[in-house]
Design a protein around this ligand. Structure first.
Ligand SMILES: [Zn+2]
Length: 418
């Protein structure tokens, strides 16, 4: 993977897929019994600092009592140092994650595994060195969830904070505090006048908060998946019912949630409180894709499914959007017969290469390249300007994509009769 940064840019989908595949593999190694090393390196961390840190850990590892564990950890650290030599002063954009350790390869044997993932979908925030019985994959997993961008607003009558939820990362941006007087009036003020001034101050503050949210979010409204609003009652209700927000932002509000704090920590509380809504939102996007596919399938000819048909459409450049099941873990093998006919067969990743007879001439065909189906299809999609969407199997039509259509389908630009 280390050549990716220099040669062309693999699409974001492709990169995410490759990352997810590595993460799935690494999760399988959990509980291998030895110590596994994970390092997260942000892109502003000097490689020489990391090498120094790894060297230090290597010497400290000499104190590990068990010889087997000691050797395993030191071998992992040596392997990491070797990998770091490929980099100049700083890591590539967004940083690097390195996993290394001796894993169980069956039959009481262990095997050294080292994986380097460059330029994750989001920047690595801080340097982390982790040595434990499993690889630290969670921070990367969090980056992989395709939750998109949400606007966050928390407010009460005293203060407000606005920010973003990017993937799973909360980013506080701006805050404001109000001059709204407390409920206790000072001596000498008439009760009516006090109440009116207080309401005015509240109104002014809501306008200020809305202004802050509008400044931040109106430009991004087309990229936003939604807006979450949090705070105590009745503040958040007054704020939303009063139409203070820009009307296009108002339309994006997914819900209002009770949160106790309205400082920066309130933004985090808001995301927690909205977790069900956010999870639904993710599935909603996938559902929309599948519904569009089924509509095309039933009403017209602008749909294709199955590996071979979809592939043919992809090669023709007729696929608008390629839909791939997240559960598709298969390889494709290209066979060539003595008469030069080329055919492909899809097999499960763990299965060995089967015998193949040419369907045109009946001659036994020789297996050639064996590739991951998803990578094979994304390669073609990228060359043809086709967008790729991964569809979860957490809902009925997503399940159908995997079970009934082999995990591969496409929405077409025009009908091809294939
Ligand atoms: Zn043949």
């Amino acid at each position: 993977m280390s050549s990716d940064a220099e040669e062309g840019q693999p699409s974001e989908d492709r990169r995410k897929y490759e990352f997810r595949k590595v993460l799935d593999e690494l999760d399988d190694f959990e509980g291998s019994g030895t110590q596994l090393v994970t390092i997260y390196i942000p892109d502003d961390k000097q490689i020489s600092d990391v090498v120094a840190h790894v060297t230090q850990e290597h010497s400290e590892a000499s104190n590990i009592k068990s010889k087997q564990t000691r050797t395993a950890v030191q071998d992992a650290l040596t392997s990491i140092k070797d990998r770091l030599r490929y980099y100049d002063t700083y890591p590539p954009e967004n940083g690097i994650v390195i996993f290394s350790g001796a894993v169980d390869s069956g039959g009481g044997q262990t095997e050294m595994v080292t994986k380097v993932l460059e330029s994750p979908p989001e920047p690595i925030q801080s340097f982390r060195y982790h040595c434990d019985s499993d690889f630290l994959t969670q921070p990367l997993e969090d980056m992989m969830t395709d939750k998109g961008l949400f606007g966050l607003i928390v407010l009460d009558r005293r203060e407000a904070n606005v920010g973003w939820l990017k993937g799973k990362r909360v980013e506080p941006v701006k805050s404001a505090s109000s001059l709204v007087p407390g409920k206790q009036r000072k001596g000498g003020q008439s009760a009516q006048r006090f109440a009116r001034l207080r309401l005015e101050a509240i109104d002014n503050f809501y306008q200020e908060v809305a202004g802050m949210a509008n400044d931040l979010m109106v430009d991004k409204r087309h990229d936003l998946e939604g807006i979450l609003v949090g705070g105590p009652s009745p503040t958040k209700d007054e704020f939303l019912d009063g139409d203070y927000l820009h009307h296009e932002l108002q339309d994006l509000v997914l819900g209002k949630f009770d949160v106790a704090y309205t400082d920066e920590s309130g933004l985090y509380d808001l995301v927690d409180a909205a977790s069900d809504v956010l999870a639904d939102q993710e599935v909603v996007k996938d559902k929309r894709q599948m519904e569009e596919f089924f509509e095309n399938l039933h009403t017209g000819e602008k749909a294709t499914y199955g590996f071979e048909e979809t592939r043919r459409n992809l090669v023709m450049g007729s696929v608008e959007r390629l839909l791939l099941s997240e559960d598709l873990h298969h390889d494709v093998i290209t066979f060539t017969c003595p008469n030069g006919h080329e055919e492909r067969e899809v097999v499960e990743r763990r299965h060995s290469t089967p015998d193949h007879e040419c369907t045109e001439c009946g001659e036994p065909a020789e297996p050639g390249e064996r590739e991951d189906v998803v990578e094979h299809l994304i390669d073609i999609a990228e060359q043809r300007g086709t967008e790729t969407k991964f569809i979860s199997t957490d809902f009925e039509k997503g399940d159908q994509l995997m079970d009934a259509f082999g995990g591969v389908a496409g929405i077409l630009r025009y009908s091809t009769g294939v």
